[in-house]
Design a protein around this ligand. Structure first.
Ligand SMILES: *Cc1c(COP(=O)(O)O)cnc(C)c1O
Length: 398
C-alpha cells in the first residue's frame, strides 16, 4: 500500500483536459444553422444523405441511423432473432449498453473473458461460454482495435449470430484490411459526444442484408409503413392509412444530428491523424518509464481507430494506488479515467445474467487499467504534459 499521497499541487493548465471532447468547427455550426432555418429538423433529407455517405465510407450496402448505439445494439439483436430465454455472450469489460441490449430483448447476457493484451474476447474464450441456448455473441472492438471477425465466425456454430459493438471502432480496420462495418454482420456505431464521430447523441447499424435493413428501418419508427419525411414529402400519402401491425420503437435519428454527422465524417481523416500523433507520444514515453507497463496490442498500428488510449500499470510496485493517481492527475487538470468497471460483478447482472466461472483476464485488467486523454482536440503538447506529470507522480520525485 502507498505510504504517502503526492503533495497537493496547483493545476498545470487552466482548462481541464477532458479525455474525449468533440471538435465542432464553424462548418458544423453553419450546417446546424442551415437545418434550423430550413424548418425541417426531424428525420429527413439530411438523414438519408448521411446514411448514404457513411455506407460509402464503410463500404457496406446499408447504414440505418438510430438515436444511440444502445438502440442500434437492441435492434440488431431483435433482427438477429434474439428473444426471451436466449443467451447472448458479451465481454464483461465494456459499457453497460452491450449487455443491456440482451436484457431489452428478453435474453440473458452471459459474460465472457478477454485477452489482457488485446482487451477483446477471443474465439476460444467465446467457445467456453457456448450452450444450446446461445443465440448471439456481441463483440466489442475495445478502444478501436477490431478483432478478427472471420476467425470468430469460423469458430462458432452457424446458428450463433454475431453482432458487433463498434462504438469505439469507427475508422478502424479488421486484420484483413476491410473497414470495421464491412463484415456482413450487424455492426453498431455510436455518435455520442466523446466518440470518434460526434453528433451529441446518435448511432447507426451497418448491414449487408437487405431484409434486415428494411426491418430495422421500420422498427426504429413505430413500424410505420411510411416514415414522417415520406409522409411529408409525398402529399398524396394522406390517402394512405397507417395500419400498425406490430409494436415498434421511437429510435430515429434527426436531420439536426445528421447534418453534424456529415461534416464530422468529412473530417475523420484529420481526426485520425491527430489521434495517431497523441497515441505515438504516449506509447513512446510509456515505454521509457522505470517500471514495466502493458499497452494494448497494436495501439499505434494503422488499423486501430484509437478511440481510447489505455495502459495497465503494476500498481503493487508503485508508491500510490490507482485512485490516488487518478485524483492527483485530475488535480492538475488532466482528465485521466477508467474504462470500465467490469459488468459481471454488478448486482443487475448477478440477478439477470449467468456467470458460470471467474473471468481472470477481465479481473486482472480491470484492476490495472487507466485511460489517458485522447481525442480530436488533444494535441501532442497536451500528451507530453500528461506524460511529464504521470512520470513525476508515479516516480515520486516531488
Ligand atoms: C458509448 C458506448 C456504447 C453506447 O453508445 P450510446 O450511443 O451512448 O448508446 C455502447 N458500447 C460501447 C462499448 C460504448 O463505448
Amino acid at each position: 500500500m502507498p505510504s504517502r499521497l503526492p503533495s497537493a499541487k496547483a493545476a498545470v493548465r487552466s482548462d481541464y483536459l477532458a479525455f474525449g471532447r468533440p471538435d465542432f468547427s464553424v462548418e458544423e455550426i453553419a450546417a446546424v444553422t442551415r437545418v434550423l432555418r430550413s424548418g425541417w429538423v426531424g428525420m429527413g433529407p439530411e438523414v438519408i444523405a448521411f446514411e448514404q455517405e457513411l455506407a460509402a465510407y464503410l463500404g457496406v450496402p446499408h447504414v440505418v441511423t438510430v438515436n444511440s448505439c444502445t438502440s442500434a445494439l437492441h435492434l440488431s439483436l431483435l433482427v438477429s432473432g434474439v428473444g426471451p430465454g436466449d443467451e447472448v455472450i458479451v465481454p464483461s469489460l465494456t459499457w453497460c449498453s452491450t449487455a443491456n441490449a440482451a436484457l431489452y430483448a428478453g435474453a440473458h447476457p452471459v459474460f465472457c473473458d478477454i485477452d489482457p493484451d488485446t482487451l477483446c474476447l477471443t474465439p476460444a474464450l467465446v467457445r467456453r461460454q457456448l450452450t444450446s441456448r446461445t443465440k448471439a455473441v456481441v463483440v466489442v472492438h475495445y478502444g478501436g482495435l477490431a478483432i478478427d471477425i472471420a476467425a470468430l465466425r469460423r469458430a462458432l456454430p452457424a446458428r450463433v449470430r454475431i453482432v458487433e459493438d463498434a462504438a469505439h471502432a469507427l475508422g478502424g480496420k479488421y486484420p484483413d484490411g476491410r473497414m470495421v462495418g464491412a463484415s456482413g454482420n450487424a455492426v453498431c456505431f455510436s455518435f455520442y459526444a466523446n466518440k470518434n464521430l460526434s453528433t451529441a447523441e446518435g448511432g447507426a447499424i451497418a448491414l449487408s442484408d437487405n431484409a434486415a435493413a428494411d426491418r430495422v428501418r421500420s422498427l426504429r419508427q413505430h413500424a410505420l409503413p411510411l416514415d414522417a419525411w415520406k409522409r411529408f414529402s409525398h402529399p398524396k400519402t394522406i390517402l394512405i392509412s397507417n395500419q400498425l401491425t406490430e409494436l415498434g420503437f421511437k429510435m430515429n435519428f434527426t436531420d439536426l444530428q445528421a447534418t453534424l454527422g456529415r461534416v464530422q465524417l468529412k473530417r475523420q481523416k484529420e481526426f485520425a491523424r491527430r489521434r495517431r500523433k497523441v497515441a505515438d507520444v504516449y506509447a513512446r514515453r510509456l515505454k521509457k518509464l522505470p517500471f514495466p507497463v502493458r499497452l494494448q496490442a497494436e495501439c499505434t498500428a494503422d488499423r486501430h481507430a484509437r478511440h481510447l488510449f489505455t495502459v495497465q500499470f503494476p500498481w503493487s510496485r508503485l508508491r500510490l494506488d490507482r485512485e490516488q493517481f487518478i485524483l492527483a492527475m485530475r488535480a492538475r487538470n488532466l482528465g485521466v479515467t477508467i474504462h470500465y468497471a467490469p459488468l459481471h460483478t454488478m448486482p443487475l447482472y448477478g440477478r439477470k445474467g449467468r456467470r458460470p466461472e471467474p473471468l481472470p483476464g477481465v479481473e486482472e485488467v480491470a484492476r490495472a487499467i487507466v485511460t489517458l486523454p485522447i481525442g480530436p482536440r488533444v494535441t501532442p503538447a497536451d500528451a507530453r504534459q500528461v506524460m511529464d506529470c504521470l512520470a513525476e507522480i508515479l516516480a515520486g520525485r516531488e
